[in-house]
Design a protein around this ligand. Structure first.
Ligand code: PLI
Length: 468
């Protein structure tokens, strides 16, 4: 076996398969129209290749499936909780673990317990549900990511890093007492799955702790972050992924985790906290909204699958293939001149919809239109990550106008092969030739919160893709 091959084959064998959708052109046209030009509202069975998200779409291993059979479904004190707790402690190093039904369950508890109205929560770019919970509790989110993160073409090995000057400016402006914690996402989803370096984490931690500010990680894609540290940061080449994950979190006070990503499961999450008092309060909240602190809205079997999944995720052949599969798709698109966020991130390729559809203004939703057109043209389901996802300012009610207007081609873990990526690349390259024929969109129904999930649109021109 030559481990120096540019793209090593999938590090798994397939022993169970699932049929893919096979709608024809007319069927796809009808499906996207009926879904109000929102890929979130299309049916899974109508998709050919489903790159909507990498969240909960993972293929579990035979070991995880075996673990499901070992579920201890007792109401309290399930052995699977103790297994999860010991794995999370071993890999992440935090003292307390509170399971939740998924990541936003942990965000809810953390935000409710720590944020008072008028507080500020700095973070390296917003994430939709994370900011929602911060604002719901009266907090003001402040973006302190480095400027390069907002420029799709800017090359930086750690484009998710926090700008220490921006963080310091906020501290000078409002004082440490009004900042309960800084949220450090590893990797940064909406910046394109961009990593944060250990050097930056260390510096952020020193500055935060000097001012009595906690460092809370969004650990959702922490294993992907660790891979980038291993391959890009000096001094980490010979460390294991597990050692790097452990070191990253040693500089923090806790984390929220969506197990649906880097724990390789279909459901689950957890909150980690070092502070005993905060943990006690978290157990008080989890019983109100999730369940006993020893299951937090999950079945015993789900906790078992998460515990096993986290260990598998930190195995080098897995994570190396994972990130390289993303790069494979990126390089194919790049060779054909498709505009994208660079460098390629850990979980997805983000097509720059502003540049792809340079005839459309941001107020006719280029990324929403492009995601719809990709579906209509190829059956590939992607997701808008631009002005629709960014939502409105909670105070003024004005639209946020994010610099990044992207379509995310998100690769589920262990689900698709390189051949599937070939199809996706070919479809997008063909569609690029018709890009000027793609219509903008306007609202038909705009939900008040998290509008991207259930909003509906219509085309401005008669057809979504003229003449198709
Ligand atoms: O979907 P949840 O509630 O398990 O996790 C919420 C969540 C928190 N942080 C980050 C960085 C996420 O990416 C995230 C969920 N992401 C989704 C659903 C996605 O499609 O990216």
């Amino acid at each position: 076996m030559d481990e120096k091959m540019k793209f090593m084959p999938e590090p798994f064998k397939i022993k169970m398969v699932e049929k893919m959708g096979s709608l024809d052109k007319e069927g796809r046209k009808m499906a996207i129209k009926e879904a109000g030009y929102n890929t979130f509202l299309t049916n899974s069975e109508d998709c050919y290749i489903d790159l909507l998200t990498d969240s909960g779409t993972n293929a579990m291993s035979d070991r995880q499936w075996a673990g499901l059979m070992m579920g201890d479904e007792a109401y309290a004190g399930s052995r699977n909780f103790f297994h999860l707790q010991s794995v999370v402690r071993e890999y992440f190093g935090f003292k307390h673990v509170v399971p939740t039904h998924q990541g936003r369950g942990a965000e809810n508890i953390l935000s409710t317990l720590t944020i008072k109205p008028g507080d500020y929560i700095p973070g390296n770019m917003y994430f939709t549900t994370t900011r929602f919970h911060q604002e719901r509790n009266g907090g003001v989110f402040r973006d302190v990511i480095i400027d390069e993160a907002h420029d799709p073409a800017a090359i930086h090995p750690f484009k998710g890093n926090i700008d220490l000057n921006k963080f310091q400016t906020l501290i000078d402006e409002v004082g440490g007492k009004k900042i309960p914690y800084i949220c450090v996402a590893v990797t940064v989803n909406l910046a394109g799955g961009q990593p944060v370096s250990i050097g930056n984490i260390k510096a952020v931690s020193e500055l935060a702790h000097k001012h009595g500010i906690k460092v809370m990680f969004d650990a959702t894609r922490c294993v992907e972050n660790a891979y980038f540290i291993k391959t890009r940061e000096k001094g980490y080449e010979d460390k294991t992924i597990k050692e790097i994950v452990h070191e990253m979190f040693s500089y923090g006070d806790g984390c929220t985790m969506s197990g649906k990503k880097d724990c390789l499961t279909n459901i689950g999450g957890f909150l980690c906290i070092n502070d005993d008092e905060l943990y006690t309060k978290a157990t008080g909240m989890v019983v109100q909204f999730e369940g006993m602190p020893s299951y937090g809205g999950l079945a015993g079997r789900d906790m078992e699958a998460m515990a096993i999944g986290l260990t598998e995720s930190c195995e080098f052949p897995y994570i190396s293939h994972r990130v390289n599969q993303v790069r494979y798709l990126g390089e194919k698109l790049d060779a054909a001149g498709i505009p994208m966020i660079k460098p390629y991130g850990g979980h997805a390729i983000f097509v720059d919809a502003r540049a792809f559809l340079d005839h459309l203004n941001q107020n006719v939703f280029p990324a929403q239109a492009l995601a719809s057109a990709i579906f209509e043209f190829s059956g590939v389901r992607a997701m808008e990550r631009g002005i629709i996802s960014a939502g409105r300012d909670i105070v003024t009610g004005e639209d946020h106008y994010p610099k990044l207007e992207t379509v995310r081609l998100t690769i589920p873990r262990r689900v698709y092969t390189y051949a599937h990526m070939d199809y996706v690349a070919e479809a997008i390259i063909e569609l690029y030739k018709k890009r000027r024929d793609i219509s903008g969109l306007r609202w038909v129904y705009e939900p008040k919160v998290l509008r991207f999930f259930t909003g509906r649109f219509e085309t401005i021109n008669e057809e979504l893709i003229k003449g198709y």
